[in-house]
Design a protein around this ligand. Sequence first.
Ligand SMILES: [Ca+2]
Ligand SMILES: [Ca+2]
Length: 204
Amino acid sequence: MMTSRFHNILFLTLMTFGAVQLMACGDLEEDGYIDETVDGETGGELGEDIEDKYAFVLIEDLTDPVAGDSPGADLDAVSVTIDGVEHFATTVEDFNLGYTNNDYLNVNEVLGAPDSGCTKQNFVSLGGAQASGYIIVGFANEETDAFFTSGDSVTVYELGPTTCPSQANWDDDPYSVGVSISTDRGSFTEIGYGGMGNNTLIVP
Ligand SMILES: [Ca+2]
Ligand SMILES: [Ca+2]
């Protein structure tokens, strides 16, 4: 009896695992190619699969409530790693900050490589979720358009213990990360969340 029941449970477990595997594969294939977001970049031959290309990253502040003089997510830098090469943001395309009690309002502090040295300088605070704090950054420069795609990654240098282990008293403030080929805020596809011990997200 025990043996038979064990086999039944094992069988069901294997079947469920197999179904989840199949669903996961289906999701990956579906998400890998979305032709309509490659605005103006299509033009491939009929039937050719155009892989998603992205150029911009949107970071939306999910911190609620906020406190102190650097409210919400504190961004020192943002990068995309393309084929193993890290590219730092070169442009701020759009933003909204929470301005109340916020002493860190210079959005250009998010550009380039991290330069805070994990001290309280050279970053912008988005101001929290209630203030709808967000920023959209781009990565193109004179040498490269820095398009990125599935399998590349986005890293947000949000000043907290994840980015700065030496600052145990700082907060890992939560935020969402979206990617798009357009700067239109409505066009972004959310790829995940940071601020919970992780600050690098793989583009699905
Ligand atoms: Ca900085
Ligand atoms: Ca923080």
